[in-house]
Design a protein around this ligand. Structure first.
Ligand code: SF4
Length: 253
């Protein structure tokens, strides 16, 4: 389908965008979520439309315990199978051996390497199973996300962001109306939730994503899943990735 076809979907309400994805792609469609508020809204909406919708999530190996509790809760409440995607242990081992467990605090390119090994690559492997998937991305969460479209083609897959134009108040309103469970860390002042060592609570006057990689100055608050690093950091990252990638044909033990 040509890209311009999806521009028309940009004006539809979230439920209709999601219903279109589920109806059009059936088993080749999935909800990608890390169980933050916006992801829970998408998940809840999807289960109201279809109890068999596929749900998948990334377990980076560095998630807070509360996120594991959310996985169990979603399984129990929605009857969702929740497909858990994990990084290649060979790549994690090579990375940790060369750069240490907490490499992300050292340098932005090493932080991106960790996100690449623990998030970007496993997600790319999982997405090969789908023709389309939905995420809870919103345009207003930071200035790196202003251009998000509700339906666009990304690396050959169709990516839906049905609540791209929702405000924080609309998210909270939906959660309240439908009694959607929320991640326990929100009650402790978190406004965006990722891996435990890379996320902190935020102050009232801070951006929603200010608690992610808070030690990095002037860096994009992104892990590379939705945006690609470029410039000097991007080139450093390419070199680092080569250093931890298993040799072609190598087998896991
Ligand atoms: S958020 Fe932190 S721990 Fe998680 S993958 Fe990225 S750098 Fe690694």
């Amino acid at each position: 389908m040509p890209q311009h076809y999806f521009e028309e979907l940009d004006y539809l309400p979230a439920e209709e965008v999601l219903a279109w994805g589920i109806r059009t792609f059936s088993d080749s469609f999935g909800i990608s979520t890390s169980f933050q508020k916006s992801g829970m809204v998408i998940l809840d909406m999807a289960f109201r439309l279809s109890p068999n919708v596929r749900v998948f999530t990334l377990d980076t190996g560095r998630l807070p315990e509360e996120t594991h509790a959310m996985i169990d809760m979603v399984r129990a409440r929605y009857g969702a199978k929740v497909e858990v995607v994990t990084p290649d242990p060979r790549e994690v081992e090579a990375m940790v051996r060369q750069h240490g467990s907490n490499l992300f605090y050292t340098d932005p390119s090493l932080r991106l390497l960790c996100c690449h090994v623990r998030k970007v690559k496993p997600l790319e492997r999982k997405l090969a199973e789908f023709r389309a998937y939905a995420v809870g991305l919103r345009r207003l969460t930071s200035n790196t996300r202003n251009e998000i479209r509700k339906v666009e083609v990304v690396k050959g897959a169709i990516k839906l962001a049905p609540i791209a134009d929702w405000t924080r108040q609309e998210i909270d309103g939906y959660i309240q109306r439908h009694g959607v469970p929320t991640h326990p860390l929100y009650a402790r002042g978190y406004t965006s939730i990722g891996c435990a060592p890379c996320t902190r609570a935020t102050a009232e006057d801070e951006d929603e994503r200010a608690g992610r990689w808070w030690w990095e100055q002037d860096a994009r608050k992104e892990c590379g899943i939705h945006f690609t690093a470029n410039g000097t950091v991007g080139r450093q990252l390419d070199v680092l990735i080569q250093g931890v990638s298993p040799a072609p044909g190598a087998r896991a033990h």
